[in-house]
Design a protein around this ligand. Structure first.
Ligand code: ATP
Length: 436
């Protein structure tokens, strides 16, 4: 498979209703995106796939949904007010701004080529500040969370006590985060508003290294299980000078984007930094009493932190393919069935009244269990191509023979092979082919 160009996926996303530029009728809102009918389904599938693996299939992780707005005390304690900044440099020639740590050559402007034209680096805090209530000013300031993680730390006691979990256990969350990124870009890879899927896994301090290894391996495997080829992924341990203010060790799961290797997810050892900071600032004891060993300790934390949008970009880039069927070129998304917006498309061969009732009946039966598309326009070949292009794993064709033999044709997206299946067995057959 030839390497996918970013433009191929961006165009497909726009053309087929996955992702649109935000506020497009006003000329667009730089580096913001809206997710259309198919994109919003796919985002939901990414979230659900994560929750399924990280929460549903384990009895040691629970899910929360914390507030996006938080008072300054939370981010004073977490260190974000003092430390969550990027080094910003301006080119004095062309006036463009850059993250100093993203420059390939720190002496040369990548925009205008000027040498030695950068200002001294300034620390630029990435948090969005706003005001709660009718009066702006000191005392009314609140912040939009730059990560979901603090919601898990400030709720540590609430969750631990109400769920009666003992370390090692985790608190998971999926939700929006906001960062005033200096250089957003590369489509949905880096935006100022994005969604995260984070797990804070609380462990006895002595088990921290072992759980860090466990989560690095488990998270890498999650992407492979959902269809990204292993050779497009790698685990890259951070150098000491890259570590966040809270981390004693981090590895990035990197993906081979069209522009090169880049972060897809970070797995960090956050030690007991956050719980200790919040305990010191709030005056509340945030620790755990281990009755079996009669010992009190502050748990260490391992954090796998992923992005919903960035994961969606990677899944799309890895799934995009072009091939030829009967001498005709087709573009296809070879998405894992769990991620595909539609699992099945029901396609009556003709729009005639004789076929519609049966096709509608089959649609209703399938739609009770799956997200299903119904399409009765244009030729059957064109309809297959349309479904291939948005990654629908299976098409069910209802034809005139179906009225006689009570059977339909199932067509497979990847092989294009077709088999005849009795309508009575359709749900079982579809379930077996999708794997759920
Ligand atoms: P980067 O170095 O790419 O800015 P980061 O190391 O700051 O990322 P983390 O703080 O580790 O990112 O956030 C965890 C995950 O959240 C990232 O791996 C990514 O998937 C997602 N993420 C972070 N920032 C953004 C953003 N601006 N847009 C989209 N996703 C993001």
């Amino acid at each position: 498979m030839a390497a996918t160009e970013l433009d191929q996926v961006v165009n497909l996303c726009k053309r087929r209703g996955f992702v649109y530029p935000s506020a497009e009728i006003y000329g667009g809102f730089r580096s913001s995106y809206d997710y259309g009918p198919l994109g919003s389904l796919m985002l939901r599938n990414v979230r659900e796939a994560w929750i399924r693996t990280m929460v549903q299939q384990r009895d040691d992780v629970v899910l929360i949904d914390a507030a996006i707005l938080a008072p300054p005390q939370v981010f004073e304690a977490s260190g974000h007010l003092a430390n969550f900044s990027d080094p910003l440099v301006d080119c004095t020639k062309c006036k463009q701004r850059f993250r100093e740590d993203h420059l390939i050559d720190p002496t040369t402007c990548p925009n205008c080529g000027a040498v030695g034209s950068f200002t001294e680096a300034r620390a630029f805090n990435l948090m969005f500040k706003t005001y709660a209530g009718p009066v702006e000013g000191q005392g009314a300031e609140v912040y939009m969370r730059p990560e979901t993680a603090q919601g898990m730390f400030v709720n540590f006691l609430n969750v631990q006590q109400t769920s009666r979990k003992k370390p090692p256990f985790g608190i998971a969350q999926v939700g929006k985060s906001f960062r005033n990124e200096i250089t957003p870009g590369n489509f949905i890879f880096r935006t100022r508003e994005f969604e995260q899927m984070e797990l804070e896994f609380f462990v006895p301090p002595a088990e921290s290294a072992q759980w860090y290894d466990y989560w690095c391996t488990a998270r890498l495997q999650w992407y492979i299980d959902l269809g990204i080829p292993a050779e497009m992924l790698m685990l890259r341990p951070h150098d000491a000078d890259e570590l966040s203010h809270y981390s004693s060790g981090t590895s990035d799961i990197e993906f081979m984007y069209p522009w090169g290797w880049g972060e897809l997810e970070g797995v960090a050892q956050r030690t007991d930094y956050d719980l200790k900071q919040h305990a010191a600032h709030s005056g509340q004891k945030l620790d755990y009493f281990d009755q079996a060993n009669n010992e009190r300790y502050v748990p260490y934390v391992i954090e796998p932190a992923a992005g919903v949008n960035r994961a969606m970009a990677a899944f799309l880039l890895a799934a995009y393919d072009e091939d030829e069927i009967d001498g005709e070129k087709r573009s296809i998304l070879r998405l894992h069935p769990r991620l595909a917006p539609y699992k099945v498309a029901v396609l009556p061969l003709s729009k005639k009244d004789t076929l519609t009732p049966l096709a509608r009946e089959i649609y209703a039966k399938l739609a009770d269990r799956y997200m299903v598309d119904y399409d009765d326009t244009q030729s059957i070949g064109k309809r297959y191509r349309r479904q291939d292009e948005v990654g629908t794993p299976l098409c069910v064709t209802v034809d005139f023979e179906s009225l006689e033999d009570g059977a339909v044709t199932i067509r497979d997206r990847d092989t294009t092979q077709q088999v005849r299946v009795p309508i009575a067995d359709l749900l079982t057959e579809v379930g077996a082919r999708l794997g759920f």
